[in-house]
Write a protein that binds this ligand. Structure first.
Ligand code: HEM
Length: 79
């Protein structure tokens, strides 16, 4: 759903410097800039970019959010 494959092999090519389908011209992930990254806005529920992710009643843990934040801030490397 959402036209985006987050599978391990596909996720990077679907995220980093890729235009959002729902919120173009914003990018899904902007290396070094969490606030400009649609994914970060959606997992933190800012409300600026539609539904909070994941939308099925679960939420990411503090540790998972910190991992995503660190990864984006450190340049969103393909590692
Ligand atoms: C932690 C897991 C998830 C993350 C990180 C995530 C991330 C995202 C992102 C970044 C978008 C925007 C895509 C774009 O506009 O290009 C999006 C959209 C969407 N996702 Fe997710 N998602 C997650 C889980 C899920 C799940 C489990 C579902 C369905 C049960 C789902 C359904 C949708 C739908 C329907 C949209 C389009 C509507 C919208 O943007 O608000 N997502 N998701």
């Amino acid at each position: 759903m959402g036209g985006m494959d987050l599978g391990e092999a596909e996720a990077y090519a679907n995220l980093v410097n890729v235009a959002s389908t729902g919120y173009a011209p914003s990018l899904r992930i902007v290396p070094g800039d969490p606030a400009a990254s649609v994914l970060w806005q959606k997992v933190t529920g800012s409300g600026e970019f539609g539904l909070t992710m994941p939308p099925n009643g679960t939420t990411l843990s503090f540790e998972e959010l910190q991992t995503i934040l660190d990864w984006i801030e450190q340049g969103a490397q393909d590692n």
